[in-house]
Design a binder for this molecule. Structure first.
Ligand code: NDP
Length: 333
């Protein structure tokens, strides 16, 4: 089977592509410029003709008509992820129109497509500040309300969260509306913060994607944003498990028609100190690990649906931390 992976050069997508290739699938990855494709062609050259790259310059203009031809399934990961957008349009346009555009292309010219997996986010589930265990029944109406009321002045993270919520809602709406005309079904994955080693084209910590950069700054850059992992806290999943869940979501019949939270658990205190002894003794300002210390998780997700349908045992914080630090060290960071 051949899988189309959109935004193939991203942090998550590069692992998604790799996992599909490892499992014997053929992959067509989309990138925004030929240049970005070159690194991937080299990264996956051992797979020969099973991997190909196509350029889709502007995903907001339903340009996937050619890209979907002949593929059996699609993993849609491309979406802008940064927390300092000046305008709503720069996020919501590509997130919503890119997603719906891809689904429209699948209707129009994806004759062989059987399933589409969309990489949504816990950003479209969680309402920040609300104290409850979130499940797939929850939607982040709060972020949508914030951007409706405040427009471009809404906080950057709210703009991003609204873009993911609106994109996922648009995907389900289009799917429901089109069901009588299509041979494919939709499956949506909702990861929280995704951390882990990188295999995509990234030459400096600054060039890391948003989540990996936050992890890097928290753990390795003295003090800078340590609130992110020490106080704010959230939930996480290892990027390699995100890749695996994309494969499982395409393979498991029961994933069709479902949105699925994929979270390995909560983090609150220093991720680095999840390892004992701490790999970063030079970082004395961070609190020591919290084993045995009573604490309340900053955000909790009900992950039973993912366990039932996908059944993946997620990597631990310790494994994630060890392998990420090893990756950064190899790069000399
Ligand atoms: P990256 O920034 O590494 O990858 C984003 C991908 O989307 C890149 O291929 C990028 O292309 C593409 N993209 C961004 N903006 C546009 C645009 N305007 N038009 C077309 N393509 C665009 O981020 P991640 O790998 O972290 O994110 C991948 C997906 O996972 C996103 O949908 C994100 O919302 C979701 N996600 C990520 C989480 C995380 O913690 N990392 C958590 C939950 C969900 P280019 O390189 O050309 O800019």
């Amino acid at each position: 089977d051949k899988i189309l992976v959109s935004g193939a050069n991203g942090f998550i997508a590069a692992w998604v592509v790799r996992r599909f290739l490892e499992k014997g699938y053929a992959v067509r990855g989309t990138v925004r410029s030929a240049d970005k494709g070159k690194f991937l062609a080299d990264l996956f050259k051992q797979y020969g003709e099973r991997f190909e790259v196509v350029v889709v310059e502007n995903i907001t203009e339903a340009p996937f008509d050619e890209a979907v031809k002949g593929v059996d399934a699609i993993a849609h990961t491309a979406s802008p992820f940064y927390l300092n957008a000046a305008s709503l349009d720069e996020l919501i346009g590509p997130a919503v129109d890119g997603t719906v555009g891809l689904l429209k292309s699948a209707v129009k010219s994806g004759q062989n497509v059987k399933r589409i997996v969309v990489t949504s986010s816990c950003a479209s589930v969680l309402e920040v500040g609300v104290d409850k265990v979130f499940s797939e029944l929850d939607w982040n109406e709060l972020a949508v309300r914030e951007v409706r009321e405040q427009g471009d002045n809404a906080p950057g993270p709210s703009k991003y969260r609204a873009s993911k919520t609106l994109a996922e809602k648009a995907a389900w709406e289009f799917y429901e509306k089109s069901r009588s005309d299509i041979k494919w079904d939709l499956s949506v994955l909702n990861p929280p913060f995704v951390f882990g080693p990188a295999i995509h084209d990234v030459n400096s910590p600054d060039a890391l994607n948003t989540s990996a950069r936050q992890w890097y700054e928290t753990v390795l850059v003295d003090g800078k944003s340590k609130d992110f992992l020490t106080k704010q806290g959230s939930a996480y999943i290892d990027v390699r498990d995100v890749a695996e869940t994309h494969v499982l979501a395409l393979e498991k019949e029961a994933a069709g028609g479902e949105r699925i939270i994929i979270s390995a658990g909560e983090f609150l205190l220093d991720v680095a100190n999840a390892l004992s002894p701490s790999p970063i003794p030079s970082h004395p300002s961070l609190p020591v690990g919290y084993s045995g210390v009573p604490w309340k998780a900053p955000v909790e997700y009900d992950t039973s649906k993912g366990a039932r349908i996908l059944g993946l045992k997620y990597r631990t914080k310790e494994e994630l931390t060890r392998d990420t630090l090893a990756d950064f060290e190899k790069r000399g960071w």
